[in-house]
Design a protein around this ligand. Structure first.
Ligand code: TNX
Length: 526
């Protein structure tokens, strides 16, 4: 009821705005501001009141006189200039319609407060990350046309009121599989742009698998030059030079995403085994692999040389990684005995620690002894055996943190329905409601809610080879993952969520995102 009243007030107020610019025509749909809470992920609280702010050609962006303050202002200006056509100077003094302020308050490391009214919009945060997330909220409060890169008519209204917002979880991840098919630097940046809009803060890159090794390692150069030379289906593959990789890390960091690199071990290693015969127990390099089977390859657990290799790779990768985490895979080691698996993880986890990083592993790591502080990424599904779930839950009770990526909820490579032209279906079909409608805190029986560090949506690429295909599988499920990671449990409600989700469609159109038009979502008429 309050929500409806709020929107009515906004509509009324929008018609009455007089800022000196041309009057807003009454009844024109563009003349009403997006309701304050109509954002994904849902903010922790949104209290609409008063008149909206209207950007005009004289709007200035006021920032703190610090490097970080200026950078946040420059990013906002770059976002708004093309569609508004306004100059939007970024200034450290004098009046400004939009203010970005770094100031101590109850916002946490990533939270922010947004105040808006006829007088302007102010976003306040403790940290630059909070300002950035607040800017993403402001972006979604503006009309979808703001995403276009050519001048649009406006008007540019921001509903009046106050949003106080902070994330539920510290880990809000998305994973790209760049191994099964290779995606270049620009393609990764494009996905990062999508993630930033929804307040994700981790970009997990699956950098090695049977079909391709994608990161240059100076001490083992053939990993990339040979091991990276193909992909599923036999295409040319590719790899990131260290300069490429640093560019991805920088681009992500500018958008407050931390890159989590993964080298999957001891299985999923055919590309490495093919590149160096000495890594094989029998000393014979297998051919490169371009199929889609899993679990057939293994590093030679008994050979010391294997750990020289792991040490070199982890050392070079850690040096490229400003973030705290390094993912060592550990899934589907079907051709490694349990004893060998445990022995391998006992030797590899200390190497990660030696180079100053914290281990993340797929949840099979809990069959070994996870290192202190390690995180396990759970990718089971409803049908996973009770024993396997309990193994993970027991580790969680023992202090291992959990990242939840249930395959039948958050695997973005699962088909939506039987008719989806792309993707796999081993975890079933995952429609939009199924993907969204669960609670991370109570998801895994026997795991304490406090063990859950957050959620992550992986996008495996056996069937995906273009950004358009990635986006079709990611949208509209990716924003749901973002909301599970960010929004308080109290805001979780499919019937309301689907309305907010539908309202994103014009924004995706403006951004050139081709999404799956799920029949579960009340999309606006085209
Ligand atoms: C399982 S999830 C895998 C991947 C596949 C994916 C396909 C996980 C840790 N392993 O190797 O690409 O399924 O959906």
């Amino acid at each position: 009821m309050t929500r409806i009243l709020g929107s009515l007030l906004l509509v009324a107020a929008a018609g009455a705005v007089t800022t000196g610019a041309a009057p807003v025509p009454k009844g024109s749909p563009a003349a009403t501001a997006t309701p304050l809470g109509q954002v994904i992920p849902a903010p922790a609280s949104a209290a609409p009141y008063g008149a909206p702010y209207r950007l005009d050609p004289g709007t200035r962006i006021g920032v703190d006189p610090t490097r970080e303050g200026r950078r946040a202002g420059d990013q906002l200006a770059a976002l708004l200039r093309p569609a508004t056509g306004y100059r939007l100077p970024v200034t450290t003094h004098g009046a400004a319609g939009i203010r970005l302020r770094l100031a101590k308050g109850p916002y946490g490391a990533e939270g922010y407060r947004l105040d808006s009214g006829r007088w302007g919009v102010t976003i306040t945060a403790n940290e630059p990350a909070g300002l950035f997330h607040g800017v993403q909220t402001l972006r979604q409060l503006l009309p979808a046309a703001v995403e276009r890169r050519t001048p649009q008519p406006g008007p540019w209204l921001v509903a009046g009121g106050t949003i106080k917002d902070a994330p539920r979880y510290a880990w809000r991840g998305a994973m790209l599989d760049v191994s099964r098919h290779f995606f270049g630097v620009d393609e990764v940046k494009r996905y990062v742009d999508r993630l930033a809009l929804y307040k994700f803060n981790k970009l997990h890159l699956h950098l090695s698998d049977d079909q391709g090794w994608r990161i240059a390692i100076d001490s083992w150069p053939r990993l990339a030059t040979y091991g990276g030379s193909t992909e599923v289906g036999g295409g040319p593959g590719g790899y990131y030079t260290k300069a490429d990789y640093r560019e991805i890390v920088r681009y992500a960091a500018d958008r407050h995403l931390e890159v989590v690199p993964e080298i999957d071990m001891p299985s999923h290693t055919n590309a490495a085994l093919a590149s160096y015969a000495e890594l094989n127990c029998d000393g014979v390099a297998p051919p490169l692999y371009t199929g889609t089977d899993v679990g057939f390859s293994s590093l030679c657990v008994a050979k010391d040389r294997t750990y020289d290799f792991v040490d070199d790779v982890v050392r070079e990768l850690a040096a490229l990684t400003p973030g705290r985490y390094l993912h060592i895979g550990g899934d589907e080691a079907h051709s490694t005995s349990h004893e060998d698996y445990v022995a391998f993880m006992d030797r590899v986890q200390p190497i990660v620690a030696k180079y100053g990083k914290t281990v993340v592993g797929w949840h099979q790591l809990t069959a070994a002894k996870p290192a202190p502080g390690a995180l396990a990424q759970y990718w089971g599904l409803d049908g996973t055996s009770a024993a396997e779930k309990e193994q993970v839950a027991a580790a969680a009770r023992n202090g291992t943190g959990l990242i939840l990526s249930p395959a039948d909820r958050l695997y973005l490579d699962m088909k939506y329905t039987k008719d989806t032209p792309l993707g796999l279906a081993w975890a079933g079909y995952v429609e939009v409601q199924r993907s969204y409608d669960w609670d991370p805190a109570s998801y895994l029986p026997g795991a304490p809610a406090s063990a859950v560090r957050g959620v992550e949506a992986p996008l495996w690429a056996e069937t995906l080879s273009t950004p358009e295909q990635q986006e079709f599988m990611a949208f509209p499920r990716l924003p749901g993952a973002a909301e599970l990671g960010w929004s308080p449990a109290a805001t979780h409600d499919w019937d309301r969520y689907k309305v907010r989700l539908a309202a994103q469609a014009p924004r995706w159109d403006a951004l050139g995102i081709g999404f799956y038009h799920s029949a579960q979502v009340p999309w606006p008429a085209a």
